[in-house]
Design a protein around this ligand. Structure first.
Ligand code: PA5
Ligand code: NI
Length: 184
């Protein structure tokens, strides 16, 4: 008897996930209200400008206890005023759920904030690995001149709470200060 060796349900193709259960999302300037500080420059930026793309593999139903999700995020290089292109950022809806991020391509900074609004940051680069504990909001900025790609894996019951960050933001912002990424 011979056991069949099957193809994987999932594969990478030029940084994009392909297979059953994969979803793609794009985030353009017009989707990122309340993210950047300089509302004047933001208002003058072409609303169709692509800021980041996410492809996610969601093999189990959202909310499944013990399930795991996988995502690939690509943040384009760019700035709004002196602030780097970045993700919206979020706490998890089930706030104690943790997550891994890891750098694949390009240069960036992972910005983290706990519930006391204390902010810290870690450099992200190809091979960097980041454990994001529960109860910590997370956002990534592309500080380089190339595409920034990173992987993520999080529990299927974590969910995303965007509202808190949308309303109150992060307590510190990452800006380009004379060419140096600086938390202010
Ligand atoms: O699950 C995650 O934390 C990531 O896959 C993010 O959703 C992704 O990087 C996009 O960021 P955000 O969800 O904050 O827009
Ligand atoms: Ni998350």
């Amino acid at each position: 008897t011979s056991a069949a060796v099957s193809n994987p349900t999932l594969f990478f193709n030029g940084g994009i996930l392909q297979g059953e259960g994969v979803e793609h999302a794009t985030r353009r300037i017009k989707d990122l209200d309340n993210v950047f500080q300089d509302t004047k420059v933001f208002g003058k930026t072409d609303p169709e400008t692509l800021v980041y793309e996410v492809s996610s593999f969601l093999p189990v139903a959202e909310g499944t206890p013990g399930g795991l999700y996988f995502g690939l995020t690509h943040i384009h290089p760019g700035k709004v005023g002196n602030e780097y292109f970045m993700t919206k950022g979020h706490f998890h809806a089930l706030i104690d759920r943790a997550e891994y991020y890891w750098g694949i391509k390009g240069e960036g900074v992972l910005i983290l904030m706990n519930e006391n609004r204390e902010v810290w940051a870690e450099r992200m680069f190809p091979g960097s690995l980041h454990f994001i504990p529960g109860r910590v909001a997370h956002r990534v900025a592309n500080t380089g001149s190339q595409l920034l790609s990173f992987g993520a894996s999080w529990p299927a019951d974590a969910g995303h709470n965007y509202e808190e960050i949308r309303k109150n933001g992060f307590a510190r912002r990452l800006i380009d200060k004379n060419g140096i990424p600086t938390l202010i």
